[in-house]
Design a protein. Structure first.
Length: 457
């Protein structure tokens, strides 16, 4: 039976009220309470006192209401100007000093560990990003028409309204330069922007990727353009990137890329150097967006697994083999598992490219294959780097059925998954040796968390 939602009687507040910001949500909105209502405020920091106008509820009868901040009465000592005003959609911690964001992320990890019943473990300081360099080597931008010109940028929080971006300090500078030139080209060509309501207009989005030494761009349209248009596009932009793709996405959903991908110019893959290995990256390839932080995180996990040339290691959710290959130097054999067939194909190619011959790769869902994998008698180390949902209770219990001593480096990209899976692992004999956050996405509320665990026989 569905849970009955309590309806709150509507109260109109004509005059501004003073509110205390109790906390920030994962979108960077401040949350305050006033009488029976929960007020959501943009551009504030936890601990601040503000004067705000309380507006109508998001939904009739809801206790949740937006508030318009009129004045900050008492500012947080961590308050700074937005690093990029146009990036509020991706910088949920935008008005907070960088050290202030790290402090909040560290506290988020502490609170998640407490909920998992693991509050007495060793917690190392968060690995900082080097803000003198880009931290987002992949970008997805959207098109809009403003003042009779095509613009390109990011979605505003909780909407599909495009906020135009002239320059993003978190990304390589060529992203903005390329996007600007592309928009000028589309404006001159009188190309219209895709409208979600009418489902008309070709221009949808733009995916940009930089591997530090090579560049890729993927233009996403709602329908296939004419050959003449493709030729003009190729002539104009073929020398600006190493790989230029066209993706035709006819879906009405929020899906970014379809299966209809065609190479317009350049090479079909670009390459990335990471952890001493070379990896190929195509338009569908998943790679962490912040390579310097990703390398430090991978090195932490691989180092913890140790070295034993008589044993086997598992790399669960291995992607394109970014940790499988470094592990291969230290073990008799490494088995990589990944649910995405294209990633496994790329992982096999990457192993061949780097002359690695002691890896096996399996296409499969961790939940379905882990029980058979743990029957291997010589597994001594496991790396696990799943999506936000984690691997779940059953897979954690399956790992715990290994008969031999084992080391487990579990990389969480969601603290909710950490709360659930750590509790299961702890209840089944694993001991936490160290926890450390890695600031993969500076100024966002997101933190990658590496948990190093071990279990004796």
């Amino acid at each position: 039976m569905p849970k009955k939602i309590k309806q709150i009687s509507f109260t109109e507040y004509k005059d501004p009220v003073e509110l205390y910001v109790e906390k920030l949500n994962d979108k960077g909105q401040g949350i305050a309470h006033y009488e029976n209502y929960e007020i959501y405020l943009d551009g504030v920091i936890d601990g601040e006192t503000v004067l705000a106008k309380i507006e109508e509820p998001f939904v009739n009868g809801s206790k949740r209401r937006p508030g318009q901040v009129l004045k900050i009465i008492k500012a947080s000592p961590d308050r700074v100007d937005y690093k990029d005003a146009s990036l509020q959609s991706v910088m949920s911690f935008g008005p907070i000093s960088y050290e202030g964001t790290l402090k909040r992320k560290q506290q988020m990890i502490v609170e998640a560990l407490k909920k998992a019943g693991c509050e007495n473990c060793k917690i190392s300081p968060i690995e900082k990003a080097d803000l003198s360099k880009p931290s987002r080597y992949k970008s997805i931008r959207y098109f809009a028409k403003q003042d009779n010109r095509i613009v390109n940028g990011f979605y505003k929080v909780h909407s599909h309204e495009v906020i135009a971006v002239d320059n993003c300090s978190l990304e390589p500078s060529w992203f903005s330069e390329f996007a600007h030139d592309l928009c000028e080209f589309f404006t001159d060509e009188s190309i219209s922007v895709y409208d979600e309501s009418s489902q008309q207009g070709p221009l949808r989005s733009l995916l940009l990727r930089d591997t530090i030494k090579e560049k890729m761009a993927v233009l996403v349209l709602s329908k296939k353009p004419s050959d003449i248009f493709i030729d003009r596009l190729k002539t104009k932009f073929k020398d600006k990137v190493d790989s230029l793709y066209l993706n035709v996405n006819e879906a009405t959903s929020n899906k970014i890329l379809s299966e209809k991908m065609s190479l317009i110019s350049g090479k079909d893959e670009i390459s990335l150097d990471l952890c001493g290995f070379n990896y190929k990256a195509g338009p569908y390839t998943f790679l962490q967006v912040n390579y310097p932080i990703a390398q430090k995180m991978y090195e932490k996990a691989v180092s913890f697994c140790g070295e034993n040339k008589d044993k086997t290691a598992l790399d669960l959710c291995c992607g394109v083999g970014t940790m499988t290959l470094p592990l291969s130097k230290n073990f008799k054999k490494v088995i990589g598992v990944e649910i995405v067939p294209e990633s496994i194909k790329a992982a096999i190619e990457n192993a061949t490219l780097n002359h690695i011959n002691n890896t096996d790769f399996i296409v499969g869902d961790i939940k379905e294959v882990i029980s058979s994998l743990v029957k291997e008698k010589d597994i001594s180390s496991i790396i696990c780097d799943p999506s936000r949902v984690g691997i779940g209770e059953d897979a954690c219990k399956a790992i715990s059925r290994l008969k031999s001593p084992v080391k487990l480096a579990y990389i969480f990209c969601s603290l909710k998954a950490l709360e659930r899976d750590l509790k299961t692992l702890k209840d089944n004999g694993f001991v936490i040796e160290e926890v450390q956050g890695f600031d993969m996405f500076p100024y966002s509320s997101h933190v990658e968390t590496v948990v190093l665990l071990s279990r004796e026989k």
